[in-house]
Design a binder for this molecule. Structure first.
Ligand code: PYC
Length: 314
């Protein structure tokens, strides 16, 4: 299996160029559903230790069904499929440029949740125009064991997010253990209280949003695997823009600079969507870090990844 690794503002992506499973015909959404149903071992083997790491997103390149798209991409992580992934889309764009498949300018990618537009600015910088993002619930109040009352919004930016400004401690790198613990408690409470996205979808990402001297805001983002996003989270910041727009706190076309917990940034703007939400564009940087052939020996007991006992699969 041939892979190309990159990081987008610190968050890793592994693009599977060849050697992925045969997913048959149909839209990228149809094939993503088959990947999730029939190929869990493949996904875990690529992104879980010992070949990957919990924070890594996989991006499986597949032929697009939409004729005007340069590629189809199915995103997944250590837990299951991701509908969309901002950092992995930028990583995929930089990887496609590295492979000589795209040059500077506009390109379209078919993802399981719709078509996203990529603008390649240079070998290391791209903008992604995401799918329409929207807020589902405002000011959801929950009482979190060990934290007390927490209020936040439930919003969608390609994945489901709970976004709160109620912070358990300062959003600082040294506090990552405490921030991880707090966001996992929040996620468990949302689940226990029956809060979901549309159609009962698991709210698998939690964002803590705080002030920042160098940007409009700083965040800590809990991802489905329990790891945290090193980047400012493209789908999460898209969901945030939908909330800011709905509250009249950010106007169309005005730039929002989002800083991550490691200090990296995305620059975002939105246009009004057609369904009442917003269509965000996020700009960030990525670098190819490795080109490799993954090997799976029949005698390797961890060929399909190291699994925590009882670990959740989406
Ligand atoms: O950038 O959308 C994103 C993302 C989702 C999970 C990790 N990164």
């Amino acid at each position: 299996m041939r892979v190309i690794d990159s990081h987008t503002e610190g968050e890793p992506t592994r693009v599977i160029v060849t050697g992925g499973p045969d997913l048959g015909a149909g839209s990228v959404a149809d094939r993503a559903a088959r990947l999730a149903r029939d190929h869990d071992d493949f996904c875990k083997s690529v992104v879980c230790e010992p070949r990957g790491l919990e924070a890594m997103a996989g991006a499986l390149l597949v032929p697009p069904a939409a004729p005007d798209c340069v590629a189809g991409v199915i995103y997944f992580n250590a837990v299951g499929n991701l509908g969309m992934c901002g950092h992995a889309s930028i990583g995929t764009a930089i990887t496609l440029a590295h492979l000589g498949r795209i040059g500077p300018g506009l390109h379209r990618l078919e993802t399981p949740v719709g078509i996203v537009t990529v603008e390649l600015h240079s070998d290391h910088e791209a903008s992604i125009t995401n799918v329409e993002s929207y807020r589902l619930h405002k000011d959801v109040a929950i009482d979190v064991d060990g934290l007390g009352p927490v209020t936040g919004d439930i919003a969608w930016g390609g994945n489901w997010f709970f976004i709160t400004r109620d912070l358990p401690c300062a959003l600082e790198f040294d506090n990552i253990a405490q921030l991880s613990d707090a966001t996992q408690r929040i996620r468990r409470t949302l689940e226990a209280r029956g809060w979901t996205g549309v159609d009962g979808a698991w709210i698998d990402h939690v964002i803590l949003l705080g002030p920042c001297d160098e940007a409009d805001a700083r965040n800590f983002v809990l991802c489905p695997s329990g790891s945290y996003d090193r980047s400012p989270c493209g789908t999460g910041t898209s969901a945030l823009l939908a909330c800011l727009a709905a509250d009249g706190q950010l106007a169309e076309g005005v730039e929002w600079v989002q800083q991550s917990i490691i200090g990296s940034t995305y620059r975002l703007r939105y246009k009004p969507g057609t369904g009442g939400g917003v269509t965000p564009t996020l700009r960030g940087r990525a670098w190819v870090t490795a080109e490799a052939e993954l090997r799976f020996a029949p005698t390797d007991p961890y060929a399909t990844g190291i699994r925590a006992p009882g670990a959740r699969t989406a």
